[in-house]
Design a protein around this ligand. Structure first.
Ligand SMILES: C[S@@+](CC[C@H](N)C(=O)[O-])C[C@H]1O[C@@H](n2cnc3c(N)ncnc32)[C@H](O)[C@@H]1O
Length: 164
């Protein structure tokens, strides 16, 4: 995979790799909510495919994402962000550097409420026992597995101390 000259961040390569592993990707006119979106690599990958993206981040998006008509930038706390009532978003992206338990609880909230059909989440594992974390994620009663018909977990080629 190569960075494109317009790509706002190296993270872009992670989500492109994730689509290959999942076997599908955002489609034209699908809705994406990107939590922790700045500088905009994951958002860029979705708008390249014609998806509408709500990018939630207190920080700034880079050009050309900043002025892309498919992108709405919401400067809010992504951990508290709630999608518009009745809207099921096609894709939830989440790439926030926080304790993995906080992020897992956030994703569970989205899944319990059926706010999204698909998700890609990056979890930082630098200060965590990765095996314990995997068991937690895969627990069929309390983990993400409880809410998913398909769940793939990888340390991607472009991941550092993180899993996706
Ligand atoms: C690793 S970067 C995301 C990179 C992005 N996926 C990309 O492709 O460019 C993490 C981002 O999460 C944002 N962030 C962290 N905590 C946040 C919060 N509570 N609310 C909103 N944004 C947050 C940071 O501002 C930062 O821009």
């Amino acid at each position: 995979m190569k960075m494109s000259p317009d790509d706002p961040s190296r993270s872009y390569l992670k989500i492109e790799e994730a689509y290959n592993i999942i076997g599908f990707e955002p489609l034209n006119k699908e809705k994406v909510i990107d939590l922790g979106a700045a500088p905009g690599g994951w958002t860029y990958s979705a708008v390249k495919r014609g998806a509408y993206v709500t990018a939630v981040d207190n920080g700034p998006l880079k050009k050309p994402i900043k002025s892309n008509p498919l992108v709405i930038h919401i400067k809010e706390d992504a951990l508290k962000f709630i999608p518009p009532k009745g809207q099921i978003t096609d894709w939830l992206f989440c790439d926030i550097i926080k304790n993995p338990d906080i992020i897992l609880n956030l994703i569970k909230k989205w899944l319990k409420n059926s706010w999204c059909r698909n998700f890609v989440v990056n979890l930082k594992i630098s200060r965590t026992d990765p095996i314990a974390l995997l068991k937690k994620i895969e627990d069929k009663k309390t983990g993400l597995s409880a809410y998913c018909s398909l769940l793939k977990i990888r340390q991607l080629y472009h991941d550092r101390e993180e899993i996706t």
